[in-house]
Design a binder for this molecule. Structure first.
Ligand SMILES: [Zn+2]
Ligand SMILES: [Zn+2]
Length: 203
């Protein structure tokens, strides 16, 4: 009889020890989480605060996604307008802009050729015409503004006379002075060479 009683006490003690260990463990975990999140003293927070923390974590995670999105874009097209929505799909985030008409494009609408991106319509145009480079400007990181007039000219000739053109940038490392040179080249359709060359001279 007293042996059974002893057994019950031992079992209760074991249960108590396990409960205490679990409590210590969860406290340690909370402190660890706090220390990981911020470098403030590791005082366990009330429940509502840690819920806010969780929300904050989620927010910063979505910010990261947006940042990734932004950082991947300039590589593709350094002159693409700030991120917006697709010209055809208002529910889709734009990932690029057409090299000819500058419309913003979602992943489904963008057509790529090497480093160039086009809308579906102008990708067809790109494939169906012969394109010729009519102007090249060399710039360095110190003189990035040198090529600006080419971008302005491109935009003007598209908006004013509907003449399509696109710009390609080639990079070259000059080993002598260790400069990264870029060559900004304006391409137009073969049939527009004379007209646009004359316009770019007079601009
Ligand atoms: Zn286009
Ligand atoms: Zn789209």
């Amino acid at each position: 009889m007293s042996e059974t009683y002893l057994q019950i006490i031992v079992i209760l003690l074991i249960v108590l020890i396990i409960a205490i260990l679990a409590l210590i463990g969860s406290f340690a975990f909370m402190i660890f989480r706090r220390a990981e999140g911020k470098s403030t003293p590791s005082v366990p927070l009330p429940r509502s605060d840690s819920a806010q923390d969780k929300k904050h974590e989620e927010n910063s995670r979505s910010e990261e996604v947006v940042r990734e999105h932004n950082s991947s874009k300039p590589e593709k097209n350094p002159l693409a307008p700030a991120i917006g929505i697709c010209f055809k799909h208002p529910e889709q985030i734009a990932v690029s802009a057409c090299a000819i008409c500058a419309q913003l494009l979602c992943e489904n609408c963008v057509r790529e050729h090497e480093t160039l991106q086009f809308c579906p319509e102008h990708f067809e145009m790109f494939l169906n015409y012969k394109w010729v480079e009519i102007e090249t400007v060399a710039t360095t990181p110190q003189t990035p503004e040198r090529g600006m007039y080419l971008y302005e000219f491109k935009e003007r000739s598209w908006n004013d006379s509907g003449k399509p053109s696109y710009i390609m940038t080639h990079y070259k490392i000059n080993v002598e002075n260790d400069l990264i040179e870029s060559y900004i080249k304006l391409y137009v359709r073969e049939e527009d060479i004379q007209e646009l060359k004359a316009k770019i001279r007079s601009s």
